[in-house]
Design a protein around this ligand. Structure first.
Ligand SMILES: Cc1cc2nc3c(=O)[nH]c(=O)nc-3n(C[C@H](O)[C@H](O)[C@H](O)COP(=O)(O)OP(=O)(O)OC[C@H]3O[C@@H](n4cnc5c(N)ncnc54)[C@H](O)[C@@H]3O)c2cc1C
Length: 384
């Protein structure tokens, strides 16, 4: 059976634990999906796409404010059968990021009300500040602001909301160890938006708090080019701070499995980092066990907030540049996973600097060198 966006598999949420210590201001969760009976095939480096659900009390409050019976049956264009409006808002539609089309529709049906005037004057205006408002109000917030005084047809409401999209998570387990489980590492997103309203990331909070153990969750595997070298004897350098550690747990599990069955395995070097060692050393025990068993040859850590001057993975890479350059020169594969906007850029710049200093390359030659590593799949990134 092929599972995809239109035909996801319903996995059970099997296990969840917080990876940070209680005193941490971060919340990263180790989540396990039970994939029994799915026959899903995946490899280390692939991702799993998860269809999240909106917070149940929020959807109930929306329906209550709108005086719509939660069991009202409606039809969604992408689903065969009719479902209750409560399921539609809970599982299929986005109730936070509202489209311009949605605001226009609401302004139209509320032409003579305070809500309609507010939307027309403040949200649908081309003024940059109003554009911020358009992106900032959730459905529940706009209804509450006007005490839910708004009459909408259930079918029309659902037709104006965007479809809830699946979120990707890097798989943190090897199918060779247990193909009936998929592990992921989820950083819980929570922030105040541009108008100071609290926003909880939909999928991360669903997986971390709202979903109960045993609950069915729609998922499918997304294949990736991010993969261990075909030759198990190749050395690998892994850079994965924070949730970027995820695929490397799978890589190390897979290499341990291969070593246990007698295969010859190349050396592995992991650069991991986060804020504080005492609270944010994710998978500390597992990594120490990999190290003790010889599967993980080098482990270098960067805890940015444990000293006055922040230290990041790229600083550790730079400190170890001579050995690292020797690994790369001898054919090691380099993998980077995690934050795309900052970490992956800083790591790439550091690799470039190392190539310039130790490979005696001019800047454009160093860029060409990194490009050739990428082209040969010896420098791979899984960044988001
Ligand atoms: C290939 C790939 C692999 C991934 N692997 C992982 C993984 O292994 N682990 C993991 O945790 N995530 C991973 N992600 C990210 C993940 O898919 C989700 O994007 C993430 O969990 C947030 O989803 P959410 O539904 O909780 O948040 P959403 O409800 O989607 O909200 C997130 C959005 O909120 C906004 N936002 C977030 N923080 C702030 C802020 N401080 N200020 C203002 N706006 C903000 C941004 O617009 C952001 O896009 C991966 C993504 C990709 C593409």
């Amino acid at each position: 059976m092929t599972y995809n966006r239109d035909n996801p598999f319903t996995a059970r949420l099997k296990f969840r634990r917080r990876l940070n210590g209680q005193a941490s201001d971060k919340n990263v969760q180790h989540i396990v999906f039970d994939m029994s009976n799915s026959d899903i095939s995946y490899k280390c480096g692939d991702s799993i796409a998860v269809f999240p659900k909106n917070n149940g009390s929020k959807t109930a409050e929306i329906l209550s404010l709108l005086k719509i019976d939660p069991e009202t049956q409606i039809k969604l264009p992408f689903l065969g059968e009719k479902i209750s409006i409560s399921s539609a808002l809970g599982e299929y539609l986005c109730i936070t990021n509202l489209s311009e089309q949605f605001w226009k529709w609401l302004a139209e049906i509320e032409t003579n009300s305070a809500m309609g005037a507010f939307i027309s004057d403040k949200i649908l205006h081309s003024d940059p500040e109003c554009q911020v408002l358009a992106k900032s109000y959730s459905l529940l917030e706009i209804l509450k602001k006007f005490d839910g005084r708004c009459e909408v047809e259930p079918d029309e409401l659902v037709s104006k909301l965007r479809r809830l999209t699946p979120r990707l998570y890097s798989i943190a387990s090897s199918p060779l160890v247990d193909r009936n489980e998929i592990h992921v590492v989820v950083g819980v997103v929570s922030y105040a938006n541009a108008i100071g309203n609290k926003r909880n990331g939909i999928a991360s909070n669903y997986l971390a708090h709202d979903a109960s153990i045993g609950e069915g969750i729609r998922v499918f595997v997304v294949k990736s080019m991010f993969a261990l070298p075909a030759n198990a004897e190749s050395n690998i350098i892994m850079v994965g701070p924070g949730t970027g550690i995820a695929p490397f747990i799978g890589f190390l599990q897979e290499r341990r499995y291969m070593m246990d069955r007698g295969d010859k395995i190349g050396a592995s070097w992991l650069f991991f980092g986060d804020r504080n060692r005492t609270t944010d050393f994710l998978f500390e025990e597992e990594l120490q066990t990999f190290k003790n068993s010889g599967i993980l040859t080098n482990l270098d850590l960067a805890f940015s907030r444990d000293q006055e001057n922040k230290i990041y993975v790229q600083d550790r890479i730079w400190e170890h540049r001579k050995e690292l350059w020797s690994w790369i020169s001898n054919g090691a594969h380099v993998y980077v996973c995690g934050n795309a906007s900052k970490m992956a850029v800083d790591v790439e710049n550091t690799l470039k600097k190392i190539a310039m200093e130790l490979g005696n390359f001019a800047e454009d030659e160093a860029n060409g060198f990194l490009k050739s590593l990428k082209d040969n799949r010896r420098y791979q990134r899984d960044v988001y």
